[in-house]
Design a protein around this ligand. Structure first.
Ligand code: COA
Length: 163
């Protein structure tokens, strides 16, 4: 992982993943609701391999565990990684359903976007989401990203958003 950079917002702490977070990552990636627009829940036999991917981010990529600042309650993951287009870096996020509807994901995304543009000095960040994923689209629009184009991938219509 390139950066080991802790970030803070009004309510949240974004920190590097620790080995002790494996169970939380496993919970997220096997959750039916969380994975609804992400290709479905990861199967039990794939679980360990997919968890390992989160601990093997490449140069130029960062994954943060998002937790509440006060009680250190883990809420979700947010990351910057290389997009499949080979040029851009992509913002991704997944939060447990118990954390939805509080504005936490948007708060974390805003902070990561700011970090990417100001600290990493990236020209832009993109995000790819299924057009059917309205919660994700609302979040991206709330943090000021806009639709760039649509394409078909992974068996569904996807929208590419840009900062
Ligand atoms: C995408 C995802 C992170 C969005 O989560 P979310 O909680 O809906 O998004 P936000 O953090 O922006 O919260 C916004 C909601 O909180 C509400 N809210 C409550 N208190 C708030 C506050 N203090 N500040 C801001 N919003 C607040 C808003 O009104 C809004 O509700 P609405 O969507 O009904 O209008 C979540 O649905 C998720 O993890 N999905 C599964 C993984 C996934 O699909 N990831 C995207 C892959 S592309």
């Amino acid at each position: 992982m390139m950066e080991k950079c802790n970030l803070y917002t009004e309510r949240l702490h974004l920190r590097e993943l620790l080995a002790t977070d494996s169970a939380f990552v496993g919970q997220l990636i096997t959750h039916e609701k969380v994975r609804r627009f992400l290709g479905g829940p990861v199967s039990l036999d794939q679980r360990e391999a997919v968890i390992a991917c989160y601990f093997a981010f490449e140069e130029g990529e960062t994954v943060w565990l998002v937790e509440t600042k006060n009680s250190r309650q883990p809420l979700g993951l947010i990351s910057i990684s290389h997009h499949g287009d080979g040029q851009d870096r992509e913002l991704s996020y997944q939060f447990l359903p118990g954390a939805w509807g509080h504005g936490y994901a948007a708060e974390a995304a805003k902070r990561v976007l700011d970090y990417a543009l100001k600290d990493l000095q990236l020209k832009r960040l993109i995000a790819e989401t299924q057009s059917a994923n309205f919660a994700s689209r609302r979040l991206l629009e709330r943090v000021g990203m806009r639709e760039l184009r649509r394409l078909h991938r992974f068996g569904a219509e996807q929208i590419i958003y840009v900062s």
